[in-house]
Design a binder for this molecule. Structure first.
Ligand code: UD1
Length: 370
C-alpha cells in the first residue's frame, strides 16, 4: 500500500487534483490518500462552493493559512504542513499547478526526503516577473516525477536538464474535470440570474498580478471591456484581489451598464457560461485551456502564454493588455470567430488514469513493493 498526500490551495488546483484523487481512490488496495488544503483561497466562492461542484470529498487536513505576502504564505504553509508529513510519513506528495501552495508543499516534502510528483509540470511563460513562473521552475527542479500536459512542457524540462525518465506526458487533468461536468449547469437559469437577455455575450476574468494591481493597466482593461459591452453584454466575475483594486479606483460609474460585474461563480456555472459565450477575455491559464476544448474563442490579456498548444489549436490569441488591441481583436473575433485546427494531444478526459498508471510504474521502479 502506497501512502500519498495531495496538497492543493487555490481554485485552479482543486480542478486539477479532484479527478486524480477520485482515480486514486478507485484503487483502495494500492493507494491510501490524504487530501490537504492549504487555505490559500478561503473565500466561499473561491473554495467552498468550488470544492462542492467538483465532487471532491472533504479534506483530511486544513492548514488555514489565508492571505499574506508571498514569503508569509509560503512559510506558513511549510511550517504547518511539516508536522503532518512527519506524523503520516507518506511515500509521495502530489502537487498541482504553479501557486504558492504548490511550491511550499513541494519544498517541505523534499526537505524531508519525501518524493514529489508535479502535476502540470514543464509549462513556461519565460517571464520571471510572474510569481507563477518561479513557482513552476522551482517545483519542477525538486520533483521526482513530472506529469506534463502538452509537448512544450516535455521539451522545456529536457532543455533544463531534467531527466527524460522522470517525465510522463499524460494530458490535462483539468480537462478531465471539464469534460465530466460541462453539461451539468443550466445556462438559461444562469443567464436569467445574471440578467443577460441577449443570445450573444462575452465572459471576462482578470486576476493576474500585472493586470490587477497596476492601476493604469487595470483602467485600460476596464475601458476595453466596457467598450466591448456596448455591442454585446460582458459578464465579469471578479476575483477578490481585482475587486479590491476596482474599489480603490472608483471607476464603476464610468463603465457601460452592459458590463455585468458579479462575484466569482461556482465551477459548474462558470464552465456552462463559458461554453455558451461568443468570446472569452482572460489572463487565467486554466481558462485558455478550457476554452480550447469548449471551442470558444479566447483572447489572452497577457504578453505571453505558458500554454502554447492552445494557440496552436487555433482558439487562443495572446494579445497583451493594451486598450486598443483588445478592442480591435474582440471586434475581429466577433465578426469572424475562430477556427479550431486540432485538439491538443491527450486532452481526452483520461489524463488522471494515466497519472495513476505513471505512479504505479514509478513505485515499481523506485520504491518498496505495494
Ligand atoms: C492565485 C495563484 C494564481 C492562480 C490564482 C487563481 C499564486 C502566486 N497565485 O492567485 O497562480 O491563477 O490563485 O485564482 O499562488 N483573496 C481573497 N480571498 C481568497 C483568496 C485571496 O480575498 O480566498 C485576496 C487577498 O487579498 C489576497 C489576494 O486575493 O491577498 C491574492 O490572493 P493569492 O491567493 O495570493 O493569489 P491569487 O491572485 O488568488
Amino acid at each position: 500500500m502506497y501512502r500519498l498526500m495531495l496538497v492543493a490551495g487555490a481554485r485552479p488546483n482543486f480542478v486539477k487534483i479532484a479527478p486524480v484523487l477520485n482515480a486514486l481512490e478507485r484503487q483502495p488496495n494500492l493507494f491510501e490518500c490524504k487530501l490537504a488544503l492549504t487555505g490559500q483561497h478561503y473565500d466561499h466562492c473561491l473554495s467552498g462552493s468550488f470544492l462542492r461542484d467538483l465532487v471532491m470529498r472533504d479534506p483530511d487536513i486544513q492548514l488555514n493559512v489565508g492571505s499574506g505576502t508571498h514569503a508569509q504564505q509560503t512559510a506558513w504553509i511549510m511550517a504547518r504542513l511539516e508536522g503532518y508529513l512527519f506524523r503520516w510519513q507518506p511515500d509521495l506528495v502530489i502537487v498541482p499547478g504553479d501557486t504558492n501552495s504548490t511550491l511550499a508543499a513541494a519544498l517541505t516534502a523534499v526537505k524531508m526526503n519525501i518524493a514529489v510528483a508535479h502535476l502540470e509540470s514543464g509549462l513556461r511563460s519565460f517571464d520571471r516577473t510572474m510569481p507563477e513562473e518561479l513557482n513552476r521552475i522551482l517545483t519542477d527542479h525538486i520533483s521526482s516525477l513530472h506529469f506534463v500536459t502538452e509537448e512544450s512542457g516535455k521539451n522545456n524540462l529536457l532543455n533544463e536538464g531534467i531527466s527524460a525518465s522522470s517525465i510522463r506526458f499524460v494530458g490535462n487533468t483539468m480537462i478531465d474535470s471539464l469534460l465530466r461536468l460541462k453539461n451539468k449547469g443550466n445556462l438559461d437559469a444562469i443567464k436569467k440570474r445574471l440578467g443577460i437577455n441577449q443570445k450573444s455575450y462575452a465572459v471576462a476574468t482578470i486576476h493576474r498580478l500585472g493586470n490587477a494591481e497596476d492601476h493604469n493597466v487595470l483602467t485600460g482593461l476596464m475601458a476595453a471591456l466596457s467598450d466591448i459591452a456596448v455591442n454585446m453584454p460582458v459578464i465579469f466575475p471578479v476575483h477578490p484581489r481585482t475587486r479590491a483594486q476596482l474599489d480603490k479606483l472608483g471607476i464603476y460609474a464610468k463603465l457601460s451598464p452592459k458590463l455585468l460585474i458579479t462575484d466569482p461563480l461556482g465551477y459548474v456555472d462558470f464552465i456552462a457560461l463559458m461554453a455558451g459565450a461568443k468570446l472569452v477575455l482572460t489572463d487565467s491559464g486554466g481558462i485558455q485551456e478550457e476554452t480550447a476544448i469548449l471551442e470558444v474563442p479566447c483572447l489572452t490579456l497577457r504578453n505571453s502564454t505558458e500554454r502554447p498548444c492552445t494557440v496552436e489549436c487555433g482558439m487562443n490569441r495572446v494579445i497583451g493588455n493594451g486598450y486598443r488591441r483588445i478592442v480591435e481583436e474582440a471586434n475581429h473575433f466577433m465578426a469572424f470567430g475562430a477556427h479550431k485546427t486540432k485538439d491538443p494531444d491527450l486532452w481526452d478526459g483520461h489524463a488522471s488514469e494515466r497519472v495513476v498508471e505513471g505512479l504505479i510504474e514509478y513505485f515499481k521502479n523506485h520504491h518498496k513493493a505495494a
